[in-house]
Write a protein that binds this ligand. Sequence first.
Ligand code: FE2
Length: 348
Amino acid sequence: MIFTELNSEKCKSYLIGCENEKSAILVDPISSKVDRYLAVLGYHGLKLEFVMDTHTHADHRSALSEMSALTGCKIARHALSPQPNTDVHLDDDDELTIGDVSVNIISTPGHSPDSLSLYFEGRVLTGDCLMIGGTGRTDFAGGDAGASYDSIVNKLFTLPDNTRVYPAHDYRGNTESTIGYEKAHNPRLAGKSRDEYIVLMTNLGLPLPSKIQEVMQVNASENQDTEIDYPSISELNKVWQVSPAELHFQMSADQPPVIIDVRDPSEYDGDLGHISGAIQIPLNTLPVCYTELEAFKDSRIVAVCRAGVRSTTAAAMLTALGFSRVTNLSGGMIAWKRWSPAKSEVVE
Ligand SMILES: [Fe+2]
C-alpha cells in the first residue's frame, strides 16, 4: 500500500494507493495543490479511482470537482453532504475498495453533520473530528458537541489502541498519533464526561477562520464567488429555519408558502425527488431569476435544497433583495424525506 500526506502544511491531504492494482483514493485535496497531486499520481503510475472530502471545509477551497474533471475519478462524500456533483454517498459501514486495499467508512458527525473517518490497514483518517491533542470545533452551522463526543468515544476510541491517527488539520507540527495515546492524553477528552466535554466545546470562544464566508459557501454549493455575491455569516445566521414538520403543517394552511427549490435540475429530478409544487431556481441563477418571484415579495417563502445549506444562502439573498418572509427548510430534502409523514408530498 502507498500512503502519504501530500501538503506538508496545516491542511492535510492524504493519498491511499494500491501498488499492485495501481489505483488510488485522494482525501481532502485543496485547490492550490492540484498540480502537485497530478504529479505524484503520475510518478507512482496510479489511476485515481476516488476523490473525497472528510467534511465540507471552512478554511480552504476543495479540489474535488477539479480533480474529477481532470482525471475522471468518482467524487465520494458523506450521505449528508450538502453538495451537488457527487457520485458516491457514504455512510457507516460502507467500504471503498482500491485494488487490495479496503477502506471502511465511519460516520463521525460533530464538527459538521457530514463528517466521516476512513479506517484501513491499521490507520484512521479522522478529518476534523479527532485531532492530535484536540478535537474539531463544533461551533460552525450544523456542529454538535454531543455528537462529536459520541463519534470519538463510541466509535473512534473503539478501534485498536495501536491504530495510527491522521487528522485533516494540525496546527502544532504533529503528523500522526495513535488511538491509545489520544484516549489517554487528549486534553479535551481524557477523564472528561460527555457533559464536561460539551461545556468545554461550547465555551472555546475561537475566532472564525478569515475566509469562512467565501470558502464554506463556495465548497457547499460548488458555485464560484464570481457567480454569486455570497451573504455574510451574520445574514446567514438571521435566516429562520423551519423543520419538515413545520413546513408540512404550513402547507396545509389556507395560504401555503411558496416553495423555492434551489438545487440543480438533475437533483430536482434525482433520487431525493422534490416537494410537489416547488418552483425550481438553481442557486447560481438566483441573482438574475429572482425577478420571476416578484409576485411573491410579501408571501411566505420556504427555500429548499439538498441539506439546507445552499438554501440558507438563497434565503439570505432573497431577504436582502426585499423579500420579507423568507425561511429555510432545515436539513433540506434529506430531512424532508426522512420525515416519513411528508413522503406523500414528494415527487420522485
Ligand atoms: Fe473542518
